[in-house]
Design a binder for this molecule. Structure first.
Ligand SMILES: Nc1nc2c(ncn2[C@@H]2O[C@H](COP(=O)(O)OP(=O)(O)OP(=O)(O)O)[C@@H](O)[C@H]2O)c(=O)[nH]1
Ligand SMILES: [Mg+2]
Length: 228
């Protein structure tokens, strides 16, 4: 089993080196690919210095497209661990997700992060994402927006092309369930940077909501499958 991690990153210079180092500290993880989506800070340099392979995109194209581009460079990998670039040292918690996939019990395991409480938003976008996944795939997701997940490369290839932007994570859950893969969720002890209830936070969640609707309109039109 060849295991590799992919880390989408946009302006994560503060946290990316720790994220990469922690992932590389596990002997099962052969490599870490950071996809730097045209960051304007030192994300690429920090990631490289920490031992990651870096794919730097010339134009900011969004999380879904960036992951798609990165996976194009991951032939020969059996299990992929996706971890957000703003998780820092806590990325250690994500490594637990690979066990059930390597052992063949699950095709995808999604990390449920502890509640952000007052540091996060109001959970509206999360609730919308959960409803969209349930309506399109019949799966009750506890962590519908989580970017921390381990899965087989086979599952990922079956779910391509990915939804664009911030729709990618939720759509991946729905598409994997609909395609008949075994999908589970598992609590992980992780944290990430939060914009919280700031103007930037509300703006981010509005964009996230738009990306979700854009991703799920065609998925809802296709209707439920026998897997739901
Ligand atoms: N490729 C790509 N990745 C992005 C972009 N924006 C954010 N990301 C990455 O996606 C992950 C999650 O992004 P965040 O901006 O933290 O989103 P979030 O966690 O929903 O929002 P907060 O709760 O405010 O942190 C991180 O790894 C980011 O580096 C982008 O424009 N392109
Ligand atoms: Mg974040």
């Amino acid at each position: 089993m060849r295991v590799a991690a992919i880390v989408p990153a946009y302006n994560n210079e503060r946290t990316i080196a720790e994220t990469v180092a922690v992932l590389l500290s596990d002997p099962r993880i052969e490599s870490v690919l950071v996809v730097d989506d045209a960051s304007t800070d030192g994300t690429s340099a920090e990631a490289r210095a920490a031992g990651a392979q870096v794919l730097r995109l010339q134009n900011n194209s969004g999380k879904g497209t960036a992951l798609e581009r990165g996976l194009g460079d991951m032939d020969g990998t059996d299990v992929v661990l996706m971890v957000d670039g703003d998780t820092g040292k806590s990325a250690l918690g994500a490594i637990e997700l690979i066990g059930p996939v390597i052992d063949g019990y699950q095709d995808m395991v999604i990390g449920i992060l502890p509640s952000a409480g007052g540091r996060g938003g109001f959970g509206t976008v999360k609730r919308i994402a959960a409803v969209l996944i349930r309506l399109s795939a019949g799966f009750r997701a506890q962590a519908p927006l989580s970017g921390q997940r381990a899965m087989t490369k086979k599952l990922l290839d079956a779910c391509r092309p990915f939804a664009r932007g911030f729709g990618v994570d939720s759509a991946l859950t729905a598409d994997a369930v609909r395609a008949g893969f075994r999908v589970a969720e598992m609590p992980v002890d992780m944290t990430h940077d939060h914009r919280g209830r700031s103007v930037a936070g509300f703006r981010h969640r509005a964009i996230q909501g738009i990306h979700l609707l854009r991703a799920f309109l065609p998925r809802l039109r296709r209707g439920r499958t026998r897997y739901s």
